[in-house]
Design a protein around this ligand. Structure first.
Ligand SMILES: Cc1cc2nc3c(=O)[nH]c(=O)nc-3n(C[C@H](O)[C@H](O)[C@H](O)COP(=O)(O)OP(=O)(O)OC[C@H]3O[C@@H](n4cnc5c(N)ncnc54)[C@H](O)[C@@H]3O)c2cc1C
Length: 284
């Protein structure tokens, strides 16, 4: 049974911030697909819930050529998956959105909730990492912007203060020829967090960026591995080399979803698959 709490659904960000400030310990509710489970099981006990879904400026997906993409905090995972501009310019993000849970859950779940929940296995984290996304945060002290690779601090932990709200995530614009892909291995074809999730991006000037989820306490960019690839040609032989090399750059744990050994193996397989998909698409 749900414990008792006050519920507030503001219409403006100002109202939301005032409420957070005057009610310490308030939990933010977006889609509720993570938090409602914790509340129902009494794992999370709260006195105040702040529902941000009524705030109009948080609902937008906006793309400005030359500037990039902004995804507001209440944009759902299905809206990400169905966005034409995301499918065209930020492919890995659209593909990762397709893999989150089930269609019904994706209708509620938000992209921002996925990263603020800070599960190491969050599917939308690695595409945001390869696109150098920025997290926009507002609180009583004003606004701040945090690079996504500095946002996660541990399992289910972020840099967010208790009285702060993420207003959205921005991704820099990409040049013609930029491409990316997301591959996930899960236990079942259905709603389940991944055993590993791997985003590979090749920029217009042939820089390779790789990020993974579920292989460390937080989602990670594999920057040392990226440096090693930069001295290689983008060929199937390099993809084969990558499949083995990945294991030297991650240190996964064993848990209910997988042994550490299998994670080491499958992360390499997914990285190879991603690079091959992009090579086949046409890297000159
Ligand atoms: C059956 C099932 C299957 C799932 N499968 C997957 C899967 O395959 N892949 C995957 O990645 N995830 C999966 N999930 C997890 C979940 O659906 C996602 O993490 C979802 O994107 C969370 O978004 P939400 O809007 O529902 O977050 P909520 O539950 O509303 O919030 C999650 C957390 O983030 C905080 N929060 C939310 N918005 C903000 C904000 N704007 N500012 C500050 N804090 C905020 C909340 O206070 C809470 O702590 C699954 C969940 C379920 C129940």
């Amino acid at each position: 049974m749900l414990s008792k709490f006050d519920y507030f659904k503001p219409q403006t960000l100002e109202e939301a911030i005032t409420y957070l400030k005057s009610n310490p310990g308030t939990k933010i509710l977006a889609g509720g697909t993570d938090i409602m489970i914790l509340l129902r099981r009494n794992i999370e006990l709260v006195d105040h819930i702040l529902d941000i879904k009524g705030i109009p400026e948080l609902k937008n997906v906006e793309y400005k050529p030359g500037e990039g993409l902004f995804i507001g905090a209440t944009v759902t995972v299905n809206e990400v998956a169905e966005s034409k501009i995301i499918r065209e310019k930020y492919e890995a993000l659209g593909q990762a959105a397709d893999t989150v849970a089930s269609f019904q859950l994706r209708n509620r779940a938000t992209l921002v909730g996925n990263i603020t929940n800070a599960s190491p296995g969050a599917d939308l984290s690695s595409p945001l990492l390869v696109y150098n996304a920025k997290v926009h945060i507002i609180g009583p002290e004003g606004e701040r912007i945090v690079d996504i690779d500095k946002f996660f601090t541990g399992v289910k932990k972020t840099v967010l203060q208790k009285d702060e709200i993420v207003t959205g995530v921005s991704l820099p614009d990409v040049e013609q020829g930029d491409m990316s892909t997301y591959n996930k291995q899960a236990r079942i074809k259905g709603h389940d967090l991944g055993i590993a999730g791997v985003s590979v991006r090749i920029t217009a000037n042939k820089e390779v960026l790789i990020a993974m989820s579920a292989v460390a306490p937080t989602p990670i960019r594999l920057t040392k591995l990226e440096k090693l690839i930069s001295s290689k040609s983008l060929t199937p032989e390099t993809a084969e080399w990558l499949s083995k090399e990945v294991a030297n750059h991650i240190n996964p744990i064993s848990d209910v979803r997988s042994s550490a050994e299998y994670r080491l193996h499958v992360s390499g397989v997914l990285a190879k698959k991603g690079l091959l998909q992009l090579i086949e698409k046409g890297v000159n």
